[in-house]
Design a protein around this ligand. Structure first.
Ligand code: ADP
Length: 501
């Protein structure tokens, strides 16, 4: 007799997952840390502990790297065909999609972001990233190269290149889009045939751990993906310095990116870095005003401003400066700040107390240098880590709030008079991750796009992401690109093979 399938509602699944004492995934087994230590992860809306997670350190990283090395060299993974690899990645995408609601809730609990946003942005983008990369597994090709060899007159050669996986990859990810950043990193590693030790951010380890279960369910062999939660200064530092890791891929602050680079120097492992930003968003007077105002608000307030590409420096042509600033301020005042689990919430809390203090510190610094808040300007609520969406005016390029990455819902608005002036101001930053341009003049739009020193330029839009669109930084915003076929270069070595015929 067939037994009725018991459907477990997502909220029960989430509660039972969250309330577990979490282990780490090494060589296909869920294990405690070698030290037996755990660390807490908090609900940013309340400041209360959500759950305790095994705290990885040097010894755990060591075990995980050994497992990844073994899986890379000896395991079934190394014998799979590209097509089989692609199917496993696709299966993982399907499983993630089937569990979309559960993951959206986990992400909202651990990070604080609104559930309704995680459902439509973080989750579908992560699923799509795995699908996009599943397709690439069978399309990673070398070239045949006609060579001339001046000192071997008359000789004939067949020369070609192979693209081979770089090997064992350490991946260190941030807390702002915990699952999506894991997908951005794991997708290309799996497509190219690498093996991985993934360290999620200590603030938000839960979705990566649950993803670990799906990786097993999908049938990805043991040791291919190892997940070691822990702190940056311990587990992260051990991973980036490890002599048997071939490459480290990092997303996070520019400050930590520089530490990773130093740690990686020991064995000269390959490094890719997606770092901070202070992205200019430039609005010209000929613009569709409503679209630009909505776009400027979205550019800074999406994900509470906790985006490396947040449009945090708003430059508006003088003639329409007051209109745009008032419009963005009005939008800011309508944003409902609250718990991410509440369906009416537009903006949740910042991720941590540390982040709350950091953003409030920047606000004080801005005010002490003469900035004025048109709207917002302070924290809000008597528990949790909430900050009001803020628009600052009376700011200039010499102020800390205009130069440094705040990583919160705070935008500085500055007027400009002509295109050359705004390009020069936009490019003064040490960062170069993204930029926005708003105008109806297509010549001006593309001219300015070519002049801006940034890895992404959005014209009459902002925060548009796609697995096929490469993303990464000029200047101190990083090395290499995430997504698109460009990312595959960071996960492969090129081997030239030359045969005399
Ligand atoms: P944020 O400043 O926004 O919290 P970080 O750059 O500090 O971002 O953190 C991003 C990731 O880098 C996290 O997974 C964190 O644990 C890790 N990390 C922090 N410090 C180090 C370090 N010294 N070495 C390696 N990883 C680190």
């Amino acid at each position: 007799m067939a037994t009725a399938l018991k459907i477990v509602p997502p909220e029960d699944k989430v509660n039972s997952f969250v309330s577990r004492k979490h282990k780490m995934l090494i060589d296909g087994k869920w294990v405690d840390s070698a030290s037996g230590k755990t660390f807490p992860t908090y609900n940013p809306a309340t400041g209360e502990v959500l759950s305790y997670v095994a705290e990885g350190d040097r010894e755990d990283i060591d075990r995980a790297v050994r497992a990844a090395r073994n899986a890379f060299e000896n395991g079934p993974w190394s014998r799979l065909t590209p097509s089989e690899r692609g199917r496993l990645i696709w299966k993982l995408a399907d499983l993630l999609e089937e569990n979309l609601e559960e993951f959206a809730e986990l992400e909202s609990f651990d990070n604080g972001k609104p559930l309704k946003i995680a459902r439509v942005a973080d989750l579908p983008l992560a699923v799509d990233m795995f699908r996009y990369m599943a397709g690439w597994a069978t399309k990673i090709e070398g070239n045949t190269i006609p060579i001339s060899v001046p000192y071997a007159q008359g000789a004939k050669f067949l020369a070609y290149t192979l693209r081979e996986p770089v090997g064992v990859v350490g991946q260190i990810i941030p807390w702002n889009f915990p699952l999506l950043m894991a997908a951005w990193k794991l997708g290309p590693a799996l497509a190219t045939g690498c093996t991985v030790v993934l360290k999620p951010a200590e603030q938000t380890p839960l979705s990566a751990l649950r993803l670990g279960e799906l990786i097993q369910e999908a049938g990805i062999p043991d040791g291919v993906v190892n997940i070691v939660p822990g702190y940056g200064e311990t587990a992260g530092a051990a991973l980036s310095a490890h002599p048997d890791v071939d490459k480290v891929a990092f997303t996070g602050s520019t400050e930590v990116g520089k530490l990773i680079l130093q740690a990686a120097a020991g064995n000269l492992k390959k490094v890719s870095l997606e770092l901070g930003g202070k992205s200019p968003n430039v609005v010209f007077a000929d613009v569709d005003l409503d679209a630009a105002i909505g776009g400027a608000a979205n550019a800074i307030f999406f994900n509470h401003g906790q985006c490396c590409c947040a449009g945090s420096r708003l430059y508006v042509e003088k003639k329409i400066f007051d209109k745009v600033v008032d419009g963005v301020a009005e939008q800011a005042s309508k944003i409902k700040v609250g718990s991410g689990q509440d369906d009416s919430t537009d903006m949740g809390p910042l991720v941590s107390k540390e982040q709350l203090d950091r953003v409030c510190g920047y606000l004080e610094s801005g005010f002490s240098e003469g900035a004025k808040a048109v709207v917002g300007g302070s924290k809000t609520g008597d528990k949790g880590y909430f900050v009001k969406p803020t628009v600052l005016v009376n700011t200039n390029e010499n102020m800390k709030v205009v130069q440094e990455e705040i990583f919160g819902p705070v935008v500085t608005a500055i007027p400009f008079e002509d295109p050359a002036e705004v390009v020069s101001k936009a490019n003064t930053s040490v960062y170069g991750l993204a930029a926005g341009v708003w105008t109806r003049d297509i010549q001006k739009a593309h001219r300015i796009a070519s002049q801006l020193r940034a890895g992404t330029v959005w014209i009459n839009c902002y925060n548009i992401f796609d697995a096929a669109l490469p993303f990464g930084g000029y200047k101190q915003s990083g090395w290499g690109r995430e997504m698109g076929h460009e990312v595959l270069e960071q996960y492969t070595e090129v081997k030239a093979v030359c045969t005399q015929l």
